[in-house]
Design a protein around this ligand. Structure first.
Ligand code: GLN
Length: 273
């Protein structure tokens, strides 16, 4: 018999080439195969027999499929979110936007999340502010379906998810106005050299934005003011090296601009006021 602990050790070795987080990945996949939380598994199940289905999950990860798509869930700002291949997997870096939002926005804020994906940014802010409510918008019908599942589970009636595309005329006509706008738009350069786990599995429509990765900011930033209440902030995520270009677009649209860095010290978000 192979135990859970032994199977995890072997899987971590097998995944070392495909993943920088091989041991963690093996543990998450095993917990998923067992249908228990990772902590319960580590505390109680390491000597149990390894389940049959585990090898197939490890093989998918060895082929670079992200753990979050294999298990169907990802952690973001303390929340467990359902994710599907139609949604970007929420990144720890994006928690920078949530931190910035919670420092600036009122408790009863109306919040708009543009390109909501799984709903991560909207739902993290609503979880921290029980009096807040808001709308998440995504152009992908399949992402809207995933976000609705998360919204219903985590924010009830305080979150509404709508299909919408900021490239389409009139998309924002009946949205109203907001105290806080959050946006993690596509911002990767079309020819960027991405890891296989991103390039081959995550939705291109959530990643790529033209030769400089600026196409969505160019379309979106001039449209933000009309959606903002007096004193509102719009917080947009930016990629490496984009602070100056996006800051210029924002200044041209009449915004004041503040920069926020992520935990690694990289410029990660701009707060437009
Ligand atoms: N941070 C993501 C990545 O580097 C990109 C997210 C985005 O384009 N909004 O994979």
């Amino acid at each position: 018999m192979t135990t859970v602990g032994e199977a995890i050790r072997a899987a971590a070795e097998a995944l070392a080439r495909a993943s920088d987080t091989a041991r963690l990945d093996a543990e998450l996949l095993m917990a998923h195969a067992l249908g228990v939380s990772r902590s319960d598994m580590l505390l109680k199940a390491m000597r149990d027999p390894a389940p049959e289905g585990f090898a197939a999950l490890v093989a998918r990860r060895a082929g670079h499929e992200p753990v979050a798509y294999i298990t169907g869930e990802a952690e973001f700002y303390g929340l467990t979110l359902r994710v599907t291949p139609a949604t970007l997997i929420p990144r720890g870096d994006s928690e920078t936007l949530v931190e910035a939002a919670l420092q600036t926005c009122p408790d009863a804020a109306r919040v708009l999340d543009l390109g909501t994906g799984s709903g991560a940014l909207l739902l993290a802010v609503l979880a921290a502010l029980p009096g807040a409510s808001g709308i998440g918008i995504d152009a992908s019908r399949a992402a809207v379906d995933a976000a609705r599942v998360n919204a219903a589970a985590l924010a009830g009636a305080r979150a509404e998810i709508r299909e919408g595309d900021w490239h389409a005329p009139g998309w924002a006509d009946d949205l109203g106005t907001f105290d806080l706008i959050l946006c993690n738009p596509p911002y990767v350069e079309d020819d960027a050299d991405l890891d296989a786990q991103v390039r081959d599995f995550e939705p291109a429509s959530a990643l790529f934005a033209g030769p400089e990765g600026l196409d969505d900011y160019r379309v979106l930033i001039p449209q933000l003011r009309a959606l903002m209440n007096a004193g509102a902030a719009a917080i947009v995520e930016i990629g490496a090296g984009q602070a100056e270009a996006v800051g210029t677009l924002a200044a041209e649209a009449g915004f004041t601009v503040q920069l926020r860095r992520d935990l690694a010290g990289r410029p990660r978000a701009l707060i437009l006021g």
